[in-house]
Design a protein around this ligand. Sequence first.
Ligand SMILES: Cc1cc2nc3c(=O)[nH]c(=O)nc-3n(C[C@H](O)[C@H](O)[C@H](O)COP(=O)(O)O)c2cc1C
Length: 274
Amino acid sequence: MKLFVVDGARCTRCRACIEECPARIIALADRRSLPETVPGGEERCIGCGHCVAVCPYGALSLTAMPVEDCPLIGVDLVGNPGQAEQFLRARRSIRAYKKQPVERTTIERLIEIARHAPSGHNAQPLEWLVVHDERQTRRLAGLVVDWMRGILRDFPEQAKAVHMDLIIAGWETGVDAVLRGAPHLIVCHASKDNIMARSAGTIALAYLELAAPSMGLGTCWAGFFDAALGLYAPLAEALGLPGGHGGFGAVMLGYPRHRYHRLPLRKPAKITWR
Ligand SMILES: Cc1cc2nc3c(=O)[nH]c(=O)nc-3n(C[C@H](O)[C@H](O)[C@H](O)COP(=O)(O)O)c2cc1C
């Protein structure tokens, strides 16, 4: 089957598809020909769709990605630099959540955006596990606290350096400083030996965090949970990822109790120019 088809009536031979193809598998035999796949190119295509997306004339369709299925970019929705800066700087880690659960359809919309994050070689290795039942979320937080108790016993200095002693003490008085009382937890997972998965999970969850406020939602990275998942078998068992899969990032999710009014400051960038 052909990798792509080009509408000869629309193609102007502008070469954008050729120059933007990451695998360099598109060529023109001569100035009058239509773009075609170089010999052996089919096997090297990573299915990124750049050829379809960059064509100004809608002339190229991948067999697996027809141009009609790829929405036009809404130029009026592209923010200016000030909007982009505010959008990015106003994202906050949320640590106080309402009891109100988030509808599954809303979480699906969020993941629908996050799954468009970049991944090495366009491998798209991630799957998503949503802990929607708040009782399960608390149970998982409790298992992270159990893991911390073991670390505090065996490596007290390291445990105290990251305040595990305080987190355990808080848990015992009803304060969840692990998953912050969030009703839900979203975990990215993939095959344990997928070398693209860690970066893919990190970026996808960054997308998810950035998209969440537009839906009235708050998130926070669940770093303790993420660490415990790789190290504490009872937690992995309770989460029940598919066989051979590991966690590659997790965030808490819920409706924030508070709204932020200012942009906090951060360390200045240390830049070296060469
Ligand atoms: C990898 C990673 C793990 C984190 N783990 C936790 C965590 O377990 N609990 C928590 O409350 N915040 C966690 N955070 C949130 C950071 O503390 C937060 O990003 C930082 O304080 C800056 O605040 P901001 O995200 O609102 O800018 C984590 C952030 C990252 C990037």
